[in-house]
Write a protein that binds this ligand. Structure first.
Ligand SMILES: [Zn+2]
Length: 408
């Protein structure tokens, strides 16, 4: 399986200068690849592999190309051909596409080290150092550990338009070394969980955990402030550009904070349970009328589910999306549907008398649907009432962030 981890990087001013210089050499290499592809006899080029043989010539002609790591230089040539493939794929999908364009410095802000020329070292707590050949050491904020069984295939370092640096590690795990998922027959109500993704930005599990969403009020307030400032600047002016970066920075900060938080919750879920069930948002999205806030929310939950699914393989956990329609209305105990307006927080079934929290009922339905999705029936000797906890424990976002775990 292939995936990637991304970390903020904090090069010194001197190293940042070197990074920029190297990236610009790579940009020239990219543009030169494009030039040769269009103008040079096609026998020697036409594939990344063949084109790599041109590099010694390049270095003779242009000493600058010798100043960067040679594997990374090959990787930049490959990047041109990958873009070319991407282009023809779009063409096949019926999109009107032009040729690959020459890249200006603004459009080329990253380089990739492939297989060699880099080392991740000094990993301790939330710090680590990335060493890059011909450049040096770059401190990174190591907020997520790279699993022991993962190989680092490549490292990309990128300068964002905000001026911030990020490194992203392309990781590969041997599928054979991934933990095995538990036998489906071993799943029961004690080791599996249904998760209700709340419209109020939180999750509720079928075994009675609720996790509050992050309080981002301060961040959004700051975003509004920076956006107001931007609206007062003259478009195209220097100040406008500066302020635009400021706005982008706050937005990025919010996105990263949400992502970080989602990582923690999803890791907790796949570690804690053998099977995790959530609603299928692709179906749900079609059911609901969509306005903007709702879409934004869906995007956040989609990201959450994507994380959950990739961790399912990493940690050996079953993750399934289930039919979302009616999870709130349906009684988890007898299946009779009762309409509930959003403000009714209690589920109280007129047919069988079953009572519980509205979201607990929904989460329980998600759990039951998950079981039938896996081809398992709900165990007959397990009445829903006995599975549902009598109490709900609320876990605050602050605790998730500090402890990195909800389990305690
Ligand atoms: Zn009922």
């Amino acid at each position: 399986m292939e995936y990637s981890h991304r970390y903020p990087a904090y090069p010194t001013q001197e190293v940042a200068g070197e990074l920029e210089r190297h990236i610009d050499i790579h940009r020239q290499a990219y543009n030169y690849t494009r030039y040769e592809y269009e103008n040079v006899d096609a026998d020697n080029i036409g594939s990344a592999y063949k084109h790599h043989y041109r590099l010694p010539d390049w270095k003779d002609q242009f000493p600058a190309f010798s100043e960067v790591n040679s594997k990374a230089l090959q990787r930049t040539v490959t990047r041109f051909y990958q873009n070319l493939d991407g282009l023809s794929e779009q063409k096949q999908n019926g999109r009107k596409v032009g040729k690959l364009r020459w890249k200006s410095p603004r459009e080329f802000q990253s380089m990739t080290f492939s297989q060699s020329g880099f080392e991740l070292k000094n990993t301790s707590g939330r710090r680590a150092t990335l060493w890059l050949s011909k450049i040096g050491d770059i401190p990174i904020r190591y907020h997520r550990v790279i699993p022991d069984n993962a190989d680092i295939k490549e490292v990309t370092i990128k300068k964002e338009t905000t001026g911030e640096w990020f490194v992203s590690f392309g990781l590969e795990t041997d599928d054979a070394s991934l933990p095995e998922k538990p036998d489906v027959d071993s799943l029961d109500a004690s080791n599996s969980v249904g998760v209700d993704l709340g419209i109020l930005n939180y999750i509720h599990t079928s075994d009675g955990h609720t996790v509050d969403w992050l309080d981002l009020e301060d961040e959004y307030e700051r975003l509004r402030r920076e956006q107001r400032k931007l609206s007062r600047k003259e478009k195209g002016s220097n100040n406008y550009e500066q302020q635009r970066k400021q706005v982008a920075k706050v937005k990025r900060h919010i996105r990263r904070k949400v992502l970080d938080y989602q990582h923690k919750i999803t890791t907790w879920l796949v570690r804690e349970y053998d099977a995790v069930f959530v609603e299928d948002l692709n179906v749900k999205g079609m059911l609901k009328d969509s306005h903007n806030a709702r879409n934004k929310q869906d995007a956040a939950w989609r990201q959450f589910i994507t994380l959950l699914e990739y961790k399912a393989d990493l940690y050996g956990c079953h993750v399934k999306q289930v039919e979302p329609e009616g999870t709130t209305k349906e009684c988890a105990s007898c299946g009779v549907e009762t309409a509930k307006p959003i403000w009714v927080r209690e589920h109280s079934c007129p047919a069988c008398g079953f009572e519980c929290d509205r979201d607990a009922n929904a989460a329980m339905n998600v759990l039951q649907r998950g079981f039938s999705e896996l081809g398992l029936g709900w165990p007959e000797d397990t009445p829903v009432e006995t599975v549902l906890p009598t109490d709900t424990t609320t876990v605050s976002a602050k605790r998730v962030i500090e402890a990195g775990s909800l389990g305690a």
